[in-house]
Design a protein around this ligand. Sequence first.
Ligand SMILES: C[S@@+](CC[C@H](N)C(=O)[O-])C[C@H]1O[C@@H](n2cnc3c(N)ncnc32)[C@H](O)[C@@H]1O
Length: 222
Amino acid sequence: MSSDEKRITDKYGITFNEIRRLSLNGRSEEEMLESVLVKETWFMRGRRQFEFLKERFGKKELIAWSCGCATGEEAYSIAMALEGATVWGTDVSKSAIEFARRGVYKKRALRELRKDEVLRFFVKEGAFYRVKDEIKERVFFMVSNLLSPPPFNFSFDLIMLRNVLMYFSGNARKKAVENVVSVLKTGGILLLGDTEFLLNLPGDLKPVKEGDVYYYIRVAHR
Ligand SMILES: C[S@@+](CC[C@H](N)C(=O)[O-])C[C@H]1O[C@@H](n2cnc3c(N)ncnc32)[C@H](O)[C@@H]1O
């Protein structure tokens, strides 16, 4: 591994196995990063998790964080499912966050939504769908690296860290989870992707299975 590759691995947690063939030569760090990030996502991905959240929180006021939110669908989905939620979406990709802030999507991103949800949450503009202002005004986006200390001076009731850790090396995974848990309230909930679980569980996280949904609950302050 070249020193440039090592620096980027340490900073962003990217494993270089899959990108060895990519050379940093002539590319900026941002170009290189953008070319390796996997930003695939869609609205209500893993719908049963959102159904669970609706049952759990109802219309309660709460603050949620969608980390590694890619182009914003997950963050907006939380706001759509939970009327009382204020949501922060962060991603290391600048282009993804700019896209998320616009909140305008192709039909493909809405493939898991029911017709009534599309009508309720979007305004159709030609071939595109714009998230309605009443949802957008509760969702905020920011560029942020999960391997840096979280850019918040408050804690969250709910954190979604879905389909992100799989791209990290072991050390980066541990660091990212520590960072995320440091801003999860006691009693707050951490949701990973449908098929993901944590191998080395921090002492203050308790795994819970409710129906067919797995999540982690923060049991104590450090
Ligand atoms: C496959 S998408 C997951 C999107 C969404 N969470 C979901 O489950 O549908 C993974 C996202 O993680 C982001 N990501 C990768 N490394 C990151 C890091 N170090 N800090 C923050 N975000 C990162 C990528 O840019 C990408 O948008």
